[in-house]
Design a protein around this ligand. Structure first.
Ligand code: GCB
Length: 606
């Protein structure tokens, strides 16, 4: 929505600005091989000496598929990473810190013998402030413990059980492999002690003019000056102080598929009367508005139709490890197929992905890691007794607090990305359970408080039908995950088509809100062909998607189609999965299945 004011003070105790290089800040990458050892009973206080054994693990990467040890693939608990870090000689009188882009699901950082930081939540960054613990010029031993355990009080939730042969097993309620470790970059950084601590930017468009409003938080004192530069580095507007508004005549808008980025450069000087530069920080700014109006989703006041995918951060060998080559290739495939958007299902993605989306005009729905808050699905599939999800022994007050923190960290991290147009608060919760309302209502309120500029959505699961769902009215856009023709009416696309259309029309009639099909898809084995378009064949996937698309085109309130999934991905084992989830339109190594051409034709006309 167009912003009339800058977001409220967040009062967050979370990592604020992303580390950058500037005239006053430096970064040293710690990516590469780290000494590595899984926790074991005979490994007490491993941070106190050099890790035993000869394993080395690459960072960034999930550790599970790197080694050929079954014990590591299915490890439950902590692993240890360690390396020697040289603190640059020139970093005197600076704040020196480690920045871990993610430690999945819980990280703890030691420097030498001392614990410096810890963080719960596997998909958001954290910092360890080393300033008081290191000296410029020295070499220190850095040890990072990473725990992959999911409990009733983590997001996503899980349960550790002891199996029949006395081993610990991690159970979880979501459909992707519990990849863990340091799957994103680790950096050693320095920033001035007096510095810009946080920047919040919101934008608006008035006729041909753009408005860029900013708000700063400082650590220490100083005189702040803001300059807005265009893509040619020409200053197009200025303001002073901790809050300001810069008007941009004839603004070039950030548009889907045609990104234009300005840059907001903040310079902090020692005092009102001094020209001594103490800090400099620049962030990209895309001028655009986002709004829901009636049954439409407007970007820059024009109706936007979401064409794209639910994705995963998932590749062979690296698991959820971020990799620029895979990332750019995925975006190139999405461009080839004619997509314009994606949902970060089912957790916040690496910031590198968000930066790329900003630069190249991708529209992003940013999702939290709240997946699997639904015990009804399991009992629905197994026919077992229904256990309540929102109850003291599952999703309880502590789980809610963990999700609240997850929402705060995601919104804080990604608030300035023009590519992000909407937040998805949760995927497929049991929204028919009475307890889901008191669980989510305050969280939705918190998200709106933190970011009044972006609409909110969630992904509704098929079992929580229009009659049973009690959450939809909290959100601006209704997301639906529907598998008619796969989990229901398997192989019968005629019935599936009728059911799907009837259901979409009923949701439209009741809620009068825009709706996005957040998931629709069928498992498809590449190379399996069938004249009768049988389930699992490439032909069936093609016919299934054609059917859904006919229906979407007949329902006015459908403002987006996000196929499930962009690519095949790793999952836990089970009789429902053959070497992972095969609903990809591309294979796990990113080759197109026949349906990729169906999408390309629909989305590009080619
Ligand atoms: C869903 C989930 C997604 C699964 C998908 C499937 O509804 O949201 O995480 O992977 O179904 O393939 O069953």
């Amino acid at each position: 929505m167009p912003s009339s004011s800058v977001a409220v003070d967040t009062e967050l105790d979370t990592v604020l600005l992303k580390p950058i290089d500037s005239s006053t800040r430096e970064i040293k990458s710690l990516d590469g091989l780290w000494r590595f050892a899984p926790a074991s009973d005979n490994l007490a206080e491993p941070w106190k000496s050099v890790l035993p054994g000869d394993l080395e693990c690459p960072v960034p990467a999930s550790y599970n598929d790197i080694f050929l040890l079954p014990s590591l693939r299915n490890h439950v608990g902590k692993v240890w990473y360690q390396r020697t870090v040289h603190i640059p000689r020139g970093w005197k009188d600076q704040r020196i810190f480690l920045r871990l882009d993610a430690a999945t699901h819980e990280g703890e950082v030691y420097v030498g013998d001392k614990k410096i930081a810890s963080h719960v939540g596997g998909y958001t960054p954290f910092e360890a402030d080393l300033t008081e613990h290191v000296k410029p010029g020295e070499a220190v031993r850095v040890t990072v413990g990473v725990d992959n355990i999911l409990t009733h009080e983590t997001v996503p939730p899980g349960e550790v059980v002891t199996n029949a042969v006395g081993k610990k097993e991690q159970k979880y309620f979501h459909d992707f492999f519990n990849y863990a470790g340091l799957a994103r970059s680790v950096r050693l950084c320095c920033a001035p002690k007096n510095r810009v601590e946080d920047i919040t930017v919101t934008t608006d468009v008035r006729g041909s003019a753009g408005a860029v409003e900013y708000k700063l938080e400082l650590e220490g004192k100083g005189r702040a000056e803001a300059e807005l530069l265009d893509a040619e580095d020409k200053v197009v507007g200025k303001a002073s102080g901790l809050e300001g508004l810069i008007d941009v005549a004839n603004a070039k808008l950030w548009q889907p598929g045609a990104a234009y980025l300005y840059s907001l450069r903040i310079r902090l000087y020692a005092s009102d009367t001094s020209d001594e530069l103490v800090d400099e920080y620049s962030i990209p700014v895309g001028i655009r508005t986002v709004k829901v109006s009636g049954k439409k989703f407007l970007i820059n006041d024009k109706p936007f139709y979401f064409r794209g995918f639910g994705k995963h951060e998932d590749t062979p060998v690296k698991g959820k490890g971020h990799d620029d080559a895979w990332m750019v290739h995925d975006f190139e495939l999405m461009r080839w197929i004619g997509a314009n958007s994606f949902r970060t299902s089912h957790y916040p993605y690496a910031e590198d992905v968000m930066d790329y989306a900003d630069k190249h005009g991708w529209v992003v729905i940013g999702e939290t890691a709240a997946v699997g808050l639904n015990l009804g699905i399991i009992s629905g599939i197994t026919g077992g007794p229904k256990r309540k999800t929102f109850a003291p022994d599952f999703a309880n007050d502590n789980t809610q607090a963990a999700l609240r923190k997850g929402i705060e960290e995601l919104l804080q991290r990604d608030k300035n990305h023009p590519s992000v147009v909407m937040w998805s608060i949760t995927n497929e919760p049991d929204s028919s359970e009475e307890g889901s309302r008191p669980f989510f209502e305050p969280l939705v309120k918190r998200a709106r408080e933190l970011d009044p500029t972006r609409p909110l959505t969630y992904a509704n699961v098929t079992f929580c039908t229009l009659e049973k769902d009690i959450l939809a009215d909290l959100f601006d856009v209704i997301g639906l995950n529907r598998y008619y023709g796969w989990y229901e009416f398997t192989g019968n696309l005629e019935i599936a088509e009728q059911k799907l259309e009837a259901e979409l029309l009923a949701w439209e009639a009741k809620h009068q809100k825009p709706m996005i099909m957040f998931e629709y898809g069928v498992d498809t084995v590449t190379g399996l062909h069938s004249v009768h378009a049988q389930p699992w064949s490439e032909e069936y996937q093609v016919e299934y998607y054609e059917m859904y698309h006919r229906v979407f085109d007949r329902v006015d309130a459908v403002i987006g189609e996000q196929a499930w999934n962009f690519a095949d991905f790793g999952t836990g084992v089970g009789i429902f999965r053959v070497d992972g989830n095969r609903k990809g339109v591309f294979t796990r190594d990113r080759r197109p299945k026949a349906a990729a051409h169906t999408f390309r034709k629909r989305w590009t006309g080619k």
